[in-house]
Structure formats: C-alpha cells, structure tokens
Design a protein around this ligand. Structure first.
Ligand code: NI
Ligand code: MN
Length: 225
C-alpha cells in the first residue's frame, strides 16, 4: 500500500514498503515545513520545475541518499553539474522506474533557477505506484489539455495548486478537477507566502459541491491511498 505525506507547499513523499520518492522537497527557508532535509530518505526526487520553492533541497537530498533526481532535461543537466545523479525526461515522456512509472505532463508556468539559469519548460507529473496513480500538477495555470490527462490515465489522487497569483486560484482549480476527474483531490501551494494565502476550506467546499472526494492535508500528515 502506498502512502502520501505532505511536506507542505508543493512538497510530498510517496512511499511504500520498499520505495520512497520525494516530489518538490522545499524545506529550507519554508516556514510551514516541519522536516529538515536530512530527515528525507528518498532514493528518487521528482522536480517539476526550477523555481526555488520546488527545486528546494532536492540536490542535497539526492546527494545524501545517493538518490536520483527525475526531472526535465535542462534541470537534470544543472543538477548533474552540481554532482547529483539524474534521470532526464521531458514533457509527454514516461519511464518505468523500480518503484513504478513517471510521466511528465505539461504545465503553464516558468522554470528559471534562483540564480537565473535556464530550467527548461515546467512540468507536472504522474506517478504510478502499487497500481495507483497520483497527478501532481506542478505550478500551472488552468489548461484544457488537463482533460486528456484524465482520459489517458485513471487519476486516483490529484494534487492541485490553488494559491492564485502565480498559479491557478480556487475557481480555476475546481475547473481543473472537473477536467481531470480524479477519485480524490488534495489542494497544495497555498499559505506558504502572503501572496498565496488563500483559504483551502473554500476550495474543499466548492469541490465537494461538484461531487468530488477531497481531503485537506496537515503538514506532515500521512495518508494511505
Ligand atoms: Ni513556480
Ligand atoms: Mn511555486
């Protein structure tokens, strides 16, 4: 059985008895995060885009665990130059890893590194583990092709950004959920900074009213899916 743990912001751990995968582990400089990078034991780290609140502590975590960063080609090159193991992919591509399948999906956003380096195009990701598929939207605006993501794969859990300003806000995120038709939806990317301080309860109510199952995660909460 696979479990999801919320690291705060867009950061997650997905794990089963054998494997631990981190997504966008942004802990250092994140006031909501409860864990330190040293506490993350992940052999695989998926990075959706190069912004500081997503690449976060990925490189030190990868190095400390002899782990592999799974990300787009440009971010992979950057991380490799910093001494991390990488597996480069790109949007639309899927690959079977020891823990399961990862596919990179489109995201409408930016992807430069904090130092200004080019980070390719931003992505979301599908992670399939123990027969269940999680869709992490990355940072994105609403786009119609989310319908295709829901048509091509059954989405068991959708992790969706709701914080507005830089990404979809609540109403666009509700529409995204209608496009994807996940079995369960969990909001993310809110409250970390003043400018994305939206009320997740409003999203929960609106998405429930559309008939979707939803769950509001506390930081460090773990959920079996
Ligand atoms: Ni971003
Ligand atoms: Mn972000």
């Amino acid at each position: 059985m696979a479990k999801l743990t919320y690291l705060s912001h867009s950061g997650w751990l997905i794990q089963n008895e054998t494997h631990q995968i981190a997504i966008d582990p942004f802990l250092t400089g994140n006031e909501l995060a409860k864990r330190k990078p040293e506490e993350i034991k992940a052999k695989y780290i998926i990075v959706t885009h190069a912004h500081g609140d997503h690449i976060g502590d990925s490189i030190p975590i990868a190095k400390a665990n002899n782990g592999t960063i799974i990300t787009n080609f440009e971010i992979a090159n950057y991380c490799s130059a910093q001494g991390a193991n990488v597996h480069p992919m790109h949007i639309g591509g899927a690959h079977q890893f020891p823990f399961g399948r990862v596919k990179l999906t489109p995201a409408w956003h930016g992807s430069s590194f904090p130092d200004g380096s080019y980070g390719g195009t931003p992505a979301g990701c599908l992670v399939t583990i123990d027969g269940k598929t999680v869709y992490h939207t990355g940072d994105t605006g609403l786009f119609m092709d989310m319908k295709l993501i829901g048509e091509m794969d059954t989405i068991d859990v959708m992790l969706v950004n709701i914080g507005d300003n830089f990404t979809m806000g609540i109403d666009d995120a509700v529409k995204a959920v209608e496009f994807v038709q996940p079995k369960l939806v969990i909001p993310m990317h809110y409250k970390t900074f003043d400018i994305i301080d939206v009320d997740p309860q409003e999203f929960i109510e609106k998405v429930k009213a559309k008939g979707f199952a939803t769950h509001l995660m506390k930081v460090d909460e773990t959920f079996v899916f």
